[in-house]
Design a protein around this ligand. Structure first.
Ligand SMILES: Cc1cc2nc3c(=O)[nH]c(=O)nc-3n(C[C@H](O)[C@H](O)[C@H](O)COP(=O)(O)O)c2cc1C
Length: 445
């Protein structure tokens, strides 16, 4: 087995504390050029960012912040995943305004004092040679509830957080004044001034995220939170320029994307998470669905979005989800195919998420043929490929006859169960990857 040359005494460059350089970072394939290495352990380029493998920690609210400030809990949990080989660790949904938190203990970035604890997490992730992202969002009508970790009254799935409990039920905002359910606050329909404030807040929080040192930002437009509510004809009943037609319902998201892109460095990739369907097709009424997501997806590269993270659902209590292991991943694949089939134009990569629990599933989602090679989005937004004949390639069949469904695999709950999921996956797939220096004696054998 060959290890790279830096000794444990070589400090990690730029880290504000001593820790040995992880060179290359944990989770990097040691025989990267071998054709036997699956795409899962090949690098991914997103604008100026290179990820060492195709794993990302999907953003997960921990309901543990102190007035929006992250704590040592976040440092340890997020840092632990990065240390164990996740190329991109994305900090949980972080509210751009105080009333955009779901629960009072959510992460926030609406004021400058929230930068320092985030920077501490970023510095640690960087000290491990890995990359850090942050998901920025506004909870819309799903704001001001009690954390699920708090004991609730019997039979209550959710409960409004009252002012005494740190909530703000009188100041919950949404595109339209329609509550999510009887156990949520009734939102106030946003005025045009409120909308302008939200857009500005996304820009301000993004500028703070840049100050904290993040490598990328994900805009949260999924799961029935504000931007997702705005996309849906069920939750957006506005009659002004932010409601009605597809053009109008997508306006808020498009304006947020433009505002964020305008304040982040040119080389920083921008991610967007959507719910590709709100699973309300069964009502036979107009709802946000995959065809509209495809239409939106094709518009995003020109707005400067580098990766679309495809989730689903969360906007309606009456959603009916057809669940199977690939229920979301397949939708990601459909969108990837459509985006890549667009002739000319800029290209955008796709992230898949949902129910990824095994090495084989993670491998098969991103696996490409040898012909496709390592690729990513070039600085000018077009697709860069190791294989010269990639341009024009619409889709690739893997050796199992399955299509490549995504470029990045986002994993949530499996990392809660098994923080070693990346290292374990490598072992199960027979890929020799770098381990964190200090843990090498525990390598799977
Ligand atoms: C504890 C927990 C918190 C979550 N918080 C967020 C969040 O902040 N933002 C988000 O977009 N999704 C959130 N999700 C959804 C996950 O990111 C992920 O999309 C979902 O769990 C499906 O992936 P999985 O099957 O790998 O867990 C959360 C999920 C869990 C389990």
């Amino acid at each position: 087995m060959s290890f790279h040359t830096s000794t444990p005494r070589t400090p990690a460059a730029g880290a504000p504390f001593y820790t040995p350089a992880q060179d290359p970072p944990a989770g990097t394939a040691l025989q990267a050029s071998s054709p036997a290495v699956p795409t899962l352990f090949s690098p991914l380029h997103l604008r100026g960012l290179t990820l060492t493998n195709r794993f990302a920690v999907s953003p997960m609210c921990m309901d543990s912040a102190d007035d929006g400030h992250l704590t040592d809990f976040h440092l340890v949990s997020l840092g632990g995943w990065a240390m164990r080989g996740v190329a991109l660790t994305i900090v949980e949904a972080t509210a751009v305004l105080a009333n955009g938190r779901i629960v009072p203990e959510d992460s926030g970035l609406w004021k400058d004092s929230q930068i320092a604890p985030l920077k501490r997490v970023v510095d640690f992730i960087h000290s491990q040679g890995q990359k850090a992202g942050i998901q920025l969002g506004h909870a819309g009508r799903k704001a001001s509830i009690l954390s699920s970790q708090v004991e609730r009254h019997p039979g209550m799935q959710t409960e409004v957080a009252t002012p005494e409990q740190g909530g703000w039920p009188e100041n919950v905002w949404a595109p339209s004044a329609i509550p999510y359910s009887a156990t949520y606050a009734t939102p106030k329909e946003m005025t045009l001034e409120d909308i302008a404030e939200v857009i500005q807040a996304f820009a301000d929080a993004s500028a703070r995220a840049v100050q904290a040192g993040f490598d990328t930002i994900e805009i949260h437009a999924a799961h029935g939170y504000l931007l997702s509510e705005s996309l849906s004809p069920i939750t957006n009943r506005r009659i002004d320029t932010y409601g009605g037609s597809f053009e109008n319902r997508t306006r808020l998201l498009r304006e947020v994307i433009a505002a964020v892109r305008a304040v982040i460095p040119e080389q920083m990739p921008l991610l967007v998470r959507i719910s590709a369907t709100e699973w309300m097709e069964w009502t036979a009424k107009e709802s946000w669905d995959v065809p509209q997501s495809l239409r939106l997806a094709k518009m995003l590269p020109d707005l400067g979005v580098d990766l679309l993270d495809v989730s689903t659902g969360g906007n309606n209590k009456d959603q009916k989800i057809v669940i199977h292991p690939y229920y979301q991943v397949d939708i990601a694949g459909q969108i990837r195919e459509a985006v890549r089939a667009e002739s000319g134009g800029k290209k955008m990569l796709i992230g898949a998420v949902g129910l990824v629990t095994t090495a084989e599933m993670a491998r098969s989602i991103v696996q490409q043929s040898d012909k496709e090679g390592v690729y990513g989005v070039r600085d000018d937004g077009t697709l860069a490929a190791a294989a010269a004949d990639l341009e024009g390639t619409v889709e690739v069949e893997t050796e199992h006859g399955q299509k490549t469904r995504a470029d990045l695999v986002l994993v949530g709950r499996q990392f809660l169960r098994d923080p070693n999921f990346v290292l374990r996956t490598a072992h199960e797939l027979g890929v020799d990857v770098q381990w964190p220096r200090q843990f090498r004696r525990g390598k799977f054998s």
